[in-house]
Design a protein around this ligand. Structure first.
Ligand SMILES: [Zn+2]
Length: 313
């Protein structure tokens, strides 16, 4: 099924089968910028600490991560490339856009054509700040005003056009007011099928099992990335949600991740977790909660390899 499927990492394209344990929404490098002004945990810019975190991850069995920070929002592709080479962990970088509150530059001022050119170039040629590394995913973030807002609509359309042209998978940042139906219609209208879309954070933004089932039945993948973010979702709630989805036969469409900040990485001072939390702690919790090992393997490895494929089915 996955033969000839390639995943685009900062060090080059890799066969999907070789990626091992994958976490699809993490942050291992984040320049100090507007995000830091809002929350000091939104900055990870110490090379040795980020490297140590990745080395620990690899030691625990981790093989690949997606660093979910797009260019112009705190990404540093040159650092991601060096970190990947020095740690041996594959890193998938993203192009596209995040919420305006995190923007270092005003992408909204560009025309849709200029945005598509930029996003496509980052995937096919190289990233703006480091031409020797390519992005492997394109991100869109739901923001105030939704798709009624002209700028938001333009940015989303540019992401959809990029995915349609390059075959790159789409990563979506959701908020509590995300209109998933309208958003998926926009992608469909641009020729991007649901199975190329990974929707993040729904376990904390809209934790409605009925809605999740609907979206996955349409073909989307969901990234449950609020694991051990107890101020948003308790362990009991997260495990119950995962359990419900597995019982409904939807373990083929879920990936698990941590959406790390500096406050959730051991090398930056977190007391109770690091990037290796899913491997070292959470796996046993899933097993104790009755989640079949077969389902865990899908959520930790196989599903991510499918969604991350360029032009994957
Ligand atoms: Zn994130």
């Amino acid at each position: 099924m996955l033969s000839n499927s390639k995943i685009r990492t900062v060090t080059g394209d890799l066969p999907a089968e070789q990626l091992g344990h994958i976490q699809c929404h993490e942050h291992i490098w984040l320049r100090k910028g507007p995000g830091y002004e809002l929350n000091p945990a939104l900055c990870m810019d110490d090379y040795n600490k980020s490297l140590q975190e990745l080395k620990d991850y690899r030691l625990a069995g981790g093989a690949t991560i997606v660093d979910a920070q797009p260019g112009g929002f705190g990404r540093d592709a040159e650092k991601l490339l060096r970190l990947s080479k020095d740690s041996g962990v594959n890193i998938v970088a993203v192009t596209g856009f995040h919420k305006k509150a995190f923007a270092e530059e005003d992408l909204g001022a560009l025309t849709e054509t200029a945005l598509v050119d930029r996003f496509c170039r980052e995937i096919t040629e190289g990233m703006t700040e480091c031409g020797s590394a390519k992005a492997g995913m394109v991100k869109a973030a739901w923001d105030d005003g939704g798709l009624e807002d002209y700028v938001n609509q333009k940015l989303f359309s540019a992401v959809a056009a990029t995915a349609a042209q390059t075959g790159a998978p789409v990563l979506i940042h959701t908020e509590k007011d995300t209109d998933l139906t309208r958003m998926l219609k926009l992608f469909e209208g641009c020729g991007v099928p649901a199975h190329r879309i990974l929707i993040c954070h729904l376990d904390r933004t809209i934790p409605d099992p009925g809605l999740h089932k609907e979206v996955m039945a349409a073909g989307c993948y969901l990234c449950y990335d609020s694991v051990n973010r107890l101020k948003y979702v308790s362990h009991a709630q997260e495990l119950a949600l995962i359990g419900k989805m597995c019982e409904a036969g939807l373990d083929e469409r879920i990936v698990l991740s941590l959406d790390t900040t500096a406050a959730r990485l051991r090398s930056y001072g977190a007391a109770d977790m690091g990037l290796d939390y899913l491997l070292k702690d959470y796996k046993n919790m899933l097993i104790s909660a009755g989640i079949p090992e077969k389902s865990i393997r899908k959520m930790y490895e196989t599903n991510a390899a499918q969604i991350l494929c360029l032009g994957g089915k």
